[in-house]
Design a binder for this molecule. Sequence first.
Ligand SMILES: [Zn+2]
Length: 292
Amino acid sequence: MKNHSDELIFQSQICAGASQICLMADEKPPARISHRLFATGRSEMRIRLKMEFTYKAYGELLALLRQQGYTFSSYHNYQDCDRSVIIRHDIDMDIAKAVKMAEMEQEMCVSSTYFVLVTSHFYNIFARENQDMLRKMHGMGHEIGLHFDEAKYGEETDMVLAMEQEAELLAQCMGVPVRSVSMHRPSRKTLEADYLVKGGQIVNSYGTEFFRNHKYVSDSRRNWREDVLAIIRSGEYDRLHVLTHAFWYDQTEQTAKETLKAFCEGMTGRCYEWMQDNVRDLDEILKRSELR
Ligand SMILES: [Zn+2]
């Protein structure tokens, strides 16, 4: 152990066990590495030791990228520099969390791409507060792309057409064209499809260029499957593509359970507030204090 704080983190990670490393799957783990998700060996612990899910740790990752000579790029301009990193965030559940990360990036002069679902159970992009948050993020210099969930559609669906239709909806919401798409829990078929969306006007972040020709690392399932910091330090890759989920990050390290619990309980309060706008004298029928 390098120091006392490392040791504490190491101990807490061991105690938390495998239950922490799960729950949100943005990608189904390939069979060849799935056993690692439940590994308890030292190497797995070492990887988790290095990246906490805190804003401080994320800020250090961005600083390290800059220090190693990476230019923060988009899907559209990465070829303008010799060494580029594309930072991508998929918003699966909570736009407000993404705004916090977007603000932090702005303070560090970093722009990235935030992908939003238009078919989410958790948020409606046309709801005023959500639309305002998305436009605010765009105003900070971040790109807003489409996060596409193929599971909402049947097998026979023309997925490219569905993506184009959803992109049009998002464009209406944002008031600007949508220029990129990422997939939510992509199937093998989708990963291998190399879809050409809107004749290439909408970049497919799972296309060959960004998923194979770039070094792709992600924190999907609240787990960096590879040591992302070592990859950055190695200098081995001139094209990096990094996916994070703002949902898991906080001021202090939280377990997956703590994060999910706080989100669920917060949703109850927000649901009650929305009801107040729709049900007259709500508290005569149901008081906020009667809910958990
Ligand atoms: Zn997703």
